[in-house]
Design a binder for this molecule. Structure first.
Ligand SMILES: C[S@@+](CC[C@H](N)C(=O)[O-])C[C@H]1O[C@@H](n2cnc3c(N)ncnc32)[C@H](O)[C@@H]1O
Length: 430
């Protein structure tokens, strides 16, 4: 039996983090494949992390054939290198989310470019120990790693608080693990980041099933189905979730229908997308020199039909101003952008005025339900327990919760004394 005195809190914590989100195992698969592609930084990193073919490419119920491993490495190199080029060409600060264990921080730092790697705490703890030592010391401050949950806006806002200027968010290998509601929360969060900082979001995930089909078909012809099914089972084993089940992941059998649904999903969240053809941006790839010239030509040809999505703020969803309310020295101004309700409160939110806020919120929800509420408190003088109760009702009613900004000293003190600062998302500044 374990001696409770031997417990190491840091290790226990890490083990718990691993168990609640095993999807991070899939990121080790990627690093191994990049190393197999001859990427020197990936080779050093994979070695220092002790990654093996068996542990990264097989799962509890599947064994990957050499063809499956080869197809995976080609798919991965295409995705990774093309995305890197797009991110660099954007000229914005790269926010790699999720970063997994790829050596991109090293590549960017060597080029003198800033890099923000965001991922779940379990990954960041390991990556931020393993990767910075491989960055030249004088460039190390360019490579930053931050713990987030991509569906949690407060964690993203904190992770990016020191980013100056526009961002290029890159997402490779994330959307397929999300349900519709998680994908919706991610879209709302990215929309809010783009509203705040400007820039764009590139993702390879939306059309990744087609990219995989085309790559595998070029390699093994009609046997591609059998290999794909094994690969899908492997990914589900490693991630412990049903993959590819949300409205943002397109289906190779119905590309035009599923592209339309994915675009409509983005529009609902205040975003719009442009398809960026992979073949037009992919550099020379090492993995294509490892297969026959006929197979390599089929992959290159196929990439003319595959696209990454460049996602930006939806032009068709300007903020909708809601009628303002002012009574008893308490004012509410409000607007809706996508599915976020933005409130600016002024005066005293107390027992007399709190019902006005509750009734305002309930009316707004009935007309156009919000997934998240942001409250500018910079002109709010005071809040009583009745006001806090209304904020709690709003927080519980919206998946993305309530975020308060700009609270003065009096309000900040009340939030802290009542413990509300650990329930609501609180952000300094407006
Ligand atoms: C297939 S890996 C991709 C990582 C990297 N982009 C790559 O290409 O190797 C999936 C990653 O998603 C991360 N992930 C899963 N759920 C997440 C969430 N809610 N927030 C942030 N990262 C998440 C996992 O930790 C893992 O690193």
């Amino acid at each position: 039996m374990n001696n409770p005195m031997d417990w190491n809190e840091a290790n226990m914590d890490f083990a718990l983090l691993e168990r609640v989100n095993p999807v991070f195992q899939t990121a080790k698969m990627t690093l191994f494949q990049l190393a197999a592609n001859g990427d020197e930084d990936a080779i050093v990193l994979a070695k220092s992390m002790g990654l093996t073919l068996e542990a990264t490419q097989n799962s509890a119920t599947t064994t990957a054939s050499p063809e499956q491993v080869l197809g995976g490495t080609i798919m991965l190199e295409t995705r990774y290198r093309t995305m890197e080029r797009l991110a660099e060409e954007s000229g914005y600060t790269l926010v790699d989310m999720p970063c997994g264990y790829t050596p991109r921080a090293i590549t960017f730092a060597k080029k003198g470019l800033p890099y923000y790697g965001l991922d779940l705490p379990v990954v960041i703890r390991e990556a931020s120990e393993q990767i910075p030592p491989l960055v030249p010391p004088e460039r190390r401050e360019l490579a930053r790693f931050r713990e987030v949950d991509a569906t949690n806006y407060a964690s993203l806002e904190k992770a990016l608080e020191d980013v100056d200027g526009s961002v290029c968010i890159t997402t490779e290998g994330l959307l397929m693990y999300f349900t519709d509601s998680e994908a919706g929360a991610l879209c709302d969060n990215i929309r809010r980041i783009l509203e705040e900082k400007g820039g764009c979001w590139y993702t390879a995930d939306v059309e990744s099933p087609l990219q995989y089909v085309i790559t595998m078909r070029a390699l093994v012809g009609d046997r591609f189905m059998e290999i794909m099914q094994n690969a899908k089972r492997q990914t589900m084993d490693k991630s412990d979730v049903e993959v590819g089940k949300n409205a943002l992941i397109t289906k190779p059998a119905d590309m035009s229908g599923s592209i339309r649904s994915a675009m409509a999903f983005l529009a609902k969240h205040g975003l719009k997308a442009e398809r960026v053809t992979v073949a037009e941006h992919m550099p020379e790839l090492h993995s294509l020199s490892e297969i026959s010239s006929r197979q390599a030509a089929a992959v290159r040809e196929g990439m003319k039909h595959c696209a990454f999505w460049k996602i930006t703020l939806g032009a068709s969803t300007p903020a909708v101003e809601l009628p303002a309310s002012e009574s008893e020295g308490f004012g509410i101004r409000a607007s809706m952008l996508g599915s976020t309700l933005s409130l600016t409160l002024s005066g005293r939110l107390d027992t007399i005025t709190a019902p006005n806020l509750l009734s305002f919120f309930e009316k707004a929800q009935a007309e156009r339900p919000a997934d998240a509420v942001t409250v500018d408190c910079s002109r709010l003088d005071y809040i009583s327990s009745a006001g806090l109760r209304v904020l709690l009702i709003m927080h519980k009613a919206c998946a993305g919760g309530v975020t308060l900004r700009g609270a003065n000293e009096v309000v900040t003190e009340i939030l802290s004394q009542t413990g509300f600062d650990s329930i609501l998302n609180i952000v300094e500044g407006r």
